[in-house]
Ligand binder design. Sequence first.
Ligand code: ZN
Length: 190
Amino acid sequence: MTKSLLSVAILIWIHSVSALAAVPTQAMTFVTNVSTVGTTSSQEAKIQSAENKIKDVIASEAFRTAVLNHTYNGKKTFVDNGGLTNAQIYQKILHGAETLQPRKNNAMDLIVKLYYEASSTVGYTMTNSKVINMNTKFFNKYTASGVSSNMMHEWLHKLGFKHAVTYSKSRDYTVPYAIGRIMGKLAIKY
Ligand SMILES: [Zn+2]
């Protein structure tokens, strides 16, 4: 090997090592434990595909960067962040300690229940329940990436993050809305 080839090889090696080092191990080992209620086999397949996308996105450098660099009004922060920095929010996601299942098990623990309602509600969840409810009026039209975005939004409520009930521009910058959107955008790539 010539000297220049060797240095190129070393540069590539350094580059790959630093890229690996940027994403914490917990991002790569993150899993989903999702059980379902009221699903048909095709709805089940869509949820499974959404789960795979969630795992791939959380393992990605793009997700880490998007969460850490999220800004609101020119500051690196989220609205309704519960007093947490972007880095702490990212870490909280990787821990996967839901309010009702507080063990740090590095997993998204969820029960997805499908229901139908002729309303504009895409989904909802209650603080005292492990269930997230998804309206089939929307669910059936969504791609798996759209479902992954929706599941992420609702699961962030399970981690304790909140947002205003009525719409305001700042609501888009809350943890469930902003990170749900990041998930939907990156999920398309997987
Ligand atoms: Zn919400």
